[in-house]
Design a protein around this ligand. Structure first.
Ligand code: XMP
Length: 554
């Protein structure tokens, strides 16, 4: 299949590049940036994007197979990707006196002396995207005539090009004076210092489109229907081809594992599919029953619900450190799973299926390029059992190329109910990372009750756009703080817990903005919570975006 190849050097936004390109209806694939680019690897490739990286080219940053510069394909270097190209081709890169981060103005370079004598025709489709439509034709721009010539790009870099490699032209410069957009005067090679894949980057989508359609001449060939039929085909080959056929899937009640369950049940006979749901006691209200119903509706034959609330709460007693909680939960999950599997009598060489998404892989430092820095450990990617199964080739991760919204679209097509498909994401460690400090049964009950009131309120309130607030918000939840504060209840003094509400707009959780509630909604939600959950004395709203905060509090 035709595709745009993305070389991953470890940027936290590599997955976003792939996502943006797929949103345009073009298949994109992310591979480690230092993979060999021999014949096979370039099959069907229309163009290559070189991603950003947390590293520096002059300090041992990841390399690229030099054949990239001989393959004749269009190249687009983003941030580190541009610096990599520039260095490999003889230019130089140096550290900035001060790291640049966030929205920075980028101006078209109208200095005639810096422009090539003749406009580079091959560069037009991309260069055109740098100016608003009403300000074209581009000829004016390239020939140095006046035009509305700036936009706010999104930067995140500590290094800059100081000397351009031979043949490169500086087409735009940042307000801080550094090359922001360069192209080669003869070859279809481009580089941007900013991140066009980030949604706050003005003209970002147009620049990627200019590259994908204008320069690479890609066709729109990517649909979720197609992905489903390929995934079903792949699952059949993987699971039915050898001497093992049994598949175990741990279902969580969330959309990702439900979509995997639906895919498995579409691809394989239901008697081989073992769905296991472990109730950790850290689930949302009614989650276990809802999961049971949805899976039964899909035609599951072997659905095994394990009640392990006591085990988890005992193991977490006295533990406050977030990563320690994650590890305890992850390890116990595996122990219980192994014990239960042994009891069920599933043959030892079973496949383990997981609802891992692209973004899970990247955020866990297990990214497709394995270069991303670890931010939080997500136990479904890194556990010893998963690693052992991975080594044996017994892992099935049919969503590992999908972004959250693509997984949702697949779920819808596979017949999952809207309440499952549109369910907000929920972390594997559940309420344990939303109860700051030590987790106790009492705190779980309080948080579960408060969270339910919050969710019910979001589901019944409608925005000015006619959608429920729940549907408008990407992820919302309540966090129980290890704090109590003074208040009054009736005639008495009350010493209640402080609850923080979190609600974010995002497209996949890589970056997130605070949801701008109508203050009246917030006030009423707060009242509903304190009325219904007497242990809560005070409600706060978290107004931090990601970055710098993360979505979860722990
Ligand atoms: P953060 O907090 O890293 O969250 O901004 C990004 C997305 O990931 C979810 N998340 C987790 N999911 N195990 C999971 O399966 C985890 O340990 C974990 N931590 C965060 C979070 O809910 C958000 O959707």
């Amino acid at each position: 299949m035709e595709k745009i190849l993305i070389l991953d050097f470890g940027s936290q936004t590599t997955a976003l590049i792939g996502r943006r390109i797929r949103e345009m209806g073009v298949y994109s694939e992310i591979i480690p940036g230092d993979n060999a680019l021999d014949g096979e690897a370039l099959n069907g490739v229309r163009g290559i994007v070189l991603s950003g990286s947390p590293e520096s080219v002059y300090a041992g940053g990841p390399c690229v197979d030099k054949r990239i510069y001989e393959c004749g394909l269009p190249l687009l270097g983003i941030c580190y990707g541009l610096q990599r190209m520039n260095t490999d081709l003889g230019g130089t890169v140096a550290p900035l006196p001060k790291r640049e981060f966030g929205g920075i103005e980028v101006r078209m370079n109208t200095d005639k002396k810096k422009m090539p004598k003749k406009a580079a025709l091959h560069a037009l489709p991309l260069l055109e995207q740098l100016v608003p439509r009403e300000d074209r034709p581009l000829w004016n721009l390239i020939n140095g005539q006046k035009t509305k010539d700036s936009f706010t790009a999104w930067m995140s870099h500590g290094d800059t090009l100081v000397q351009l490699a031979d043949g490169f032209v500086e087409a735009a410069v940042s307000a801080t004076g550094y090359p922001a957009f360069v192209y080669h005067s003869e070859k279809p090679w481009f580089g941007v210092q900013f991140h066009p894949e980030v949604s706050h980057c003005e003209r970002g989508a147009e620049i990627l489109e200019g590259f994908v359609f204008g320069v690479c001449k890609s066709a729109k060939n990517w649909t979720i229907e197609q992905y489903i039929s390929q995934a079903v085909e792949r699952l059949r080959k993987q699971a039915m081809g050898g001497d093992t056929r049994h598949v175990l899937l741990l279902v969580s009640g969330g959309v990702d594992s439900a979509v995997v369950a639906a895919l498995l049940l579409k691809a394989l006979p239901p008697e081989y599919i073992h769905l296991m749901y472990i109730d950790t006691g850290l689930m949302r209200k009614d989650e276990t029953n809802e999961a049971r119903e949805a899976l039964q509706k899909l035609g599951a034959k072997h659905l095994h619900i394990v009640h392990a609330e006591d085990e988890f709460l005992n193991a977490l007693a006295g533990v406050s450190a977030p990563e320690e909680k994650r590890k305890i939960i992850g390890d116990l999950f595996i122990t219980i799973q192994e014990r239960e599997v042994a009891q069920l009598g599933i043959p030892g060489n079973y496949f383990l299926a997981q609802g891992t998404l692209y973004t899970d892989m990247i955020e866990s430092g297990k990214g497709v390029g394995k270069k991303a820095h670890v931010i939080k450990s997500h136990h479904n990617v890194g556990s010893p059992l998963v690693e052992a199964k991975r080594k044996e080739g017994l892992i099935l991760e049919p969503l590992d190329c999908l972004y959250k919204d693509e997984a949702r679209a697949a779920g819808r097509l596979l017949g999952l109910g809207e309440h499952i498909v549109m369910r907000h994401p929920f972390p594997g460690p559940g309420l344990a990372v939303r109860i700051l400090g030590e987790v106790t049964r009492e705190k779980c009950e309080i948080l579960r009750a408060a969270d339910k009131v919050f969710m019910d309120e979001l589901k019944r309130r409608v925005s000015s756009r006619g959608k429920t607030l729940y549907a408008e918000i990407w992820q919302a939840f309540a966090v129980l703080l290890p704090l109590r504060s003074v208040g009054v209840a009736g005639d008495g003094r009350k010493y209640g817990y402080v609850l923080a509400l979190r609600a974010v707009s995002a497209s996949d959780g890589m970056t997130a903005d605070v949801y701008p509630f109508d203050p009246k909604d917030l006030r009423e939600i707060s009242t509903a919570i304190t009325n219904f959950v007497p242990e809560i004395g005070r409600v706060c709203y978290d107004v931090s975006s990601k970055p710098p905060a993360t979505i979860e509090w722990e």
